[in-house]
Design a protein around this ligand. Structure first.
Ligand code: NAD
Length: 323
């Protein structure tokens, strides 16, 4: 039986990844500061621990581990990472986790280690035009991410790649582009745009109105969680180190995303534009490299993923209203 550690197993992507690895027959140890809020408790062993503590990281390797998935990070949507208020903790916490985990995996001679970087590491100057952003893997340098979160991701990519070069560690690095789906953060300040807009639409009347940060003309692409997990597994099974984008090329404006969600909800929703943190003007995944190396591309539309996500968030909103 193959063994795996999933760091950040109490979080959104980690929770889904644990489930997938269990379905594939792995023995899985999850680790996180907190248990999964939405009931995804599939790990054989779940360690409640702080990965900023190197002793916690070392203790995870009490048996041979074939695969490590390092997803733990101090993270959130634009309301968390673009305000500037959390820069020091984001950089300190996430860098410490990565420094500890890669070293613990090396000392324990773990088989392979996966690191989840982010599209936020791409330079701002290539993402000023909402209709034509550039996010091919080779456009990362000269570096100029627009957030400290992005700089930490870039640093940690380089950390893992250094361990690969100097110590021969089997490393895989992916740059996620806006992953969304059920069982993710949908309220509280760390939620990302798809979940936040689903929540706002679910809470609105019909007809109703919701707030959009900025003019809503900024563009993004969004990848459904199951597609992300499939791509991660394919990357891990391949002999390609990366870094490689894992995202969708179906770019929409934030206004367009809100309208799509309103349509799914069957509500007449008007958009009120207010001041708020927004990030870059345009961003889209470039999937040429991952298609060439792994033959992977998303199989479903943004709408199909949003239908499942909206249904789940609507349930959460209704349950919260009854409390
Ligand atoms: P998430 O916040 O739901 O999960 C991250 C988990 O890490 C949380 O459960 C958190 O408790 C845990 N964690 C934080 N600090 C920890 C610590 N010191 N010790 C142990 N656990 C700790 O986020 P997610 O959306 O599942 O993202 C997973 C990874 O993917 C992150 O590294 C994130 O930066 C990256 N990523 C996500 C997206 C996205 O759209 N969701 C996009 C790009 C990159």
């Amino acid at each position: 039986m193959k063994t795996a550690i999933v760091c950040g197993a109490g979080g959104f992507i980690g929770g889904h990844l644990v489930k997938r690895l269990k379905e594939e027959g792995y023995w899985v140890r999850g680790v996180d500061l907190k248990e999964h809020e939405f009931g995804m408790h599939y790990a054989d062993d779940f360690v409640l621990g702080d990965l900023r503590d190197p002793r916690v990281c070392e203790a995870l390797f009490d048996r041979h581990i074939d695969e490590v998935y390092q997803l733990a990070a101090d993270m959130g949507g634009a309301g968390y990472i673009f305000t500037g208020e959390h820069d020091a903790v984001v950089m300190h916490n996430s860098a410490t986790i990565n420094l500890n985990m890669v070293e613990a995996a090396r000392l324990a001679k773990a088989g392979k280690i996966f690191y989840s970087s982010s599209a936020c590491m791409y330079p701002e100057y290539n993402q000023m035009d909402p209709d034509n952003p550039k996010c091919s893997e080779d456009s990362a340098y000269p570096a100029m991410p627009d957030s400290e979160y992005g700089w930490e991701k870039l640093f940690s990519e380089r950390l893992y790649l250094s361990y690969h070069r100097n110590w021969g560690m089997e490393v895989r690095v992916a740059r996620f582009h806006n992953i969304f789906g059920p069982q993710g953060t949908w309220t509280g300040g760390r939620e990302k745009a798809p979940a936040a807009l689903c929540r706002k639409v679910a809470e609105a009347g019909n007809p109703g109105e919701i707030e959009i940060w900025g003019d809503g003309l900024q563009t993004r692409s969004f990848l459904y969680i199951d597609e992300c997990v499939e791509a991660v597994r394919r990357l891990m099974e391949s002999d390609f180190t990366g870094p490689v984008n894992i995202g969708s090329e179906e770019m929409v404006t934030i206004n367009g995303l809100a309208e799509l969600i309103a349509d799914i909800a069957g509500k007449e929703i008007s958009l009120r534009h207010v001041e708020g943190p927004q990030g870059v003007r345009g961003r889209n995944s470039d999937n040429a490299l991952i298609y060439e190396k792994l033959g992977w591309k998303p199989t479903q539309s943004l709408r199909a993923g949003l239908e499942k996500t909206y249904a789940w968030i609507e349930e959460q909103v209704k349950a919260a209203e009854q409390v």
